[in-house]
Design a binder for this molecule. Sequence first.
Ligand code: NDP
Length: 297
Amino acid sequence: MTAKIIDGKAIAAEFNAETRELAFRVAGEFYRQPGLAVVLVGDDPASQVYVRNKIRTSAETGIRSELHRLPATATTAEVLELVARLNADPAVDGILVQSPPPPQVDEAEVIRAIDPDKDVDCFSERNVGRLLIGHDSGFRPCTPWGVMELLRRSGCDPAGKHAVVVGRSNIVGKPMAALLMQKAAGANATVTVVHSGTVEPERYARQADILIAAIGRPNFVTGNWIKPGAVVIDVGINRVVDPDTGRSRLTGDVNFDEAVEIASAITPVPGGVGPMTVAVLMRNAVTAAMLHLRMCR
Ligand code: NDP
């Protein structure tokens, strides 16, 4: 069997077109574009690429973005001062602080300082709590919601299926499990979460109808982890050096060449989950504007 490739770029383009329409509707009704503030602390090359991509996608989706750069030596207090200014700025609907900041910056404290009504990453305690109890804050956790959209738009309904999530981070694994298990249309899966403390994680993975890998280890999930016909979603983004060319390239957490022969559908890396993560961020920025402008009326 050769798996169907779930084209994250195409699905993100479709999703972004819908976001753009919403953004134009906001602009038409309230006479201003949704505003997104992006904070970049330091000069980590990968973070710079991610930020450039977010700024470019903002422009494509009708969102006004502003980039705030702080030096690599910035203190937590300096980042908090900037966040406080952005919280108070009525032209800023959404705030994102690119992760990870340099080690001297207390990221948890920075996240706590962002107004939950401007929390477009959906990292705040309020919005994560609302997600868990199924109370819609309007904000979606970007990567996990992106995965839900990939499943839905490629015709895979999680209802009644066994989903196994490999990884339990606060930004991917935990919210992913919470979304899949919601008692709601488009969710309703039975969920198992495995992590570094799990004995024989592949034993659980092999029972998955939907297998989601979010580990951060290149090619960690091999063919013997996958049940024939499973849907495999590879969240991992790992930079590796190609032994043949000596050049660096991106690869996922799943051994694609093995998995593609066993799964019924699979996301590639790059071009799978990544574009959807940014797409959901943009949607959150427009949602933030809608919530904010209605409140100001
Ligand atoms: P974290 O490092 O925060 O979490 C990794 C998780 O994998 C942890 O829960 C860890 O378990 C688990 N793990 C580690 N080793 C094993 C093992 N041997 N067996 C089973 N589980 C294991 O990473 P993130 O969740 O932030 O990211 C995961 C990957 O996804 C990374 O490659 C990252 O770059 C990528 N990513 C991609 C995004 C996208 O847009 N496509 C967005 C965000 C992340 P434990 O908790 O026990 O330590």
